[in-house]
Write a protein that binds this ligand. Sequence first.
Ligand SMILES: *Cc1c(COP(=O)(O)O)cnc(C)c1O
Length: 453
Amino acid sequence: MDTIKYQLTDDQIPTSWYNLAADLPQLAPILHPGTGQPATVADLVGIMPKELAEQELSTEREIEIPAAVRQIYAQWRPSPLFRARRLEQALGTPARIYYKYEGGSPAGSHKPNTGIAQAFYNKEAGIRRLATETGAGQWGSSLSLAGAFFGLEVKVFMVKVSYHQKPYRRALMHTYGATCVASPSTETEAGRAILAADPDCPGSLGIATSEAIELAMNDPFTNYAGGSVLNHVALHQTVLGQEALLQLDLAEDYPDIVIGAAGGGSNLAGLAFPFLGEQLRGGRRVRVIAAEPEACPSLTKGRIAYDFGDTTGLTPLLKMHTLGHSFIPPAIHAGGLRYHGIAPLVSQALQDGLLEARAVPQTRCFEAGLTFARTEGIVPAPESTHAIRVAIDEALRLKEEGRSEAILFGLSGHGHFDLGAYERYLAGELVDEGFDQERVERALAELPTPAGS
Ligand SMILES: *Cc1c(COP(=O)(O)O)cnc(C)c1O
């Protein structure tokens, strides 16, 4: 069966990012943790450049993409949109399945879309070094790539369990010239405090974020760069959905369902928000489904509350679905999804009924990943298999109902560095970690109370 690829030209790379905040007036402000008042640009510039702080708080609908950023995007953007004909045939479904593939970026995922933008603004602001966290290593390698392009040093705190599970991601960061340490590390107060309480702590994205922010707060030439969750990160990813809109035009189709894997929520936001924007301005309705891991289910099991983005409590307070900033998720292979919270924009969209969430166990995701690899040829990142699982389940439901609808999902990255996890799955060694209600209850008991509330 022929491969159908919908490819755009370089001049069709979007010229601006789409900011859903302009169309979500209910979005709660982020708060200064000390005063409990809405955070200002001045509150944020200690750890990020002014342009990004402004984007973080912006309610402008469109924000222009700098020419230098678009030029780098052109190396792999517009990214291809495929119709998954062989997968459809294998499932025997009348559904039309499309996927937007971000694995063609040099780092292998959607994350350089924001890494390049953040490095650009930091370089312009005279910053010399960026500090960040990484889970499975996708964000760390994307920022390392961006640092290499813009001549910035990059320091990555990599969640310890992933540091050992994914040695080649670590090697990729080093290859790009970055430094990478296992988190919790002994290099920061945050790391030392956690190690003192639990020397065997496997780490988490929240802990690694605390370490990176501590470094940024203590050095005027070091800034923090976030790989997800924050408004400006979701914003930068909206090139995905804008391109997909044009590509589905070429296909003379429109999605009934849009699906994305949700860790911090940025690739889902990037793919879905431009479609939701159309809907909110009177266009066609789409069902958006966030696919999250059963072991770390912030959207389906979290509480809506103001919480810290990191474990130690250094970030502004974000209103979001959260499992509690002190929750340390089990060591599932989809390391990029092991985060206690979710982007406030995605959280608000769920509260407003603009999207749904579904939690899926890791073995069923790997099963879907194998089906996808054997039909479409691309080995998906473990994170991306969550979206594939839900897409396949929806396609099978449509088969049962004898209905044809169009499904679009985000194939956020390839799994070439995750073949160890595939081998373990094939050997029958992977288990489902399940959801630990008790540990989440303990973490939720430690939610902050914003001053003045
Ligand atoms: C990091 C990552 C994710 C999860 O992050 P989001 O911010 O939710 O997109 C998903 N897929 C891949 C391939 C990733 O690297």
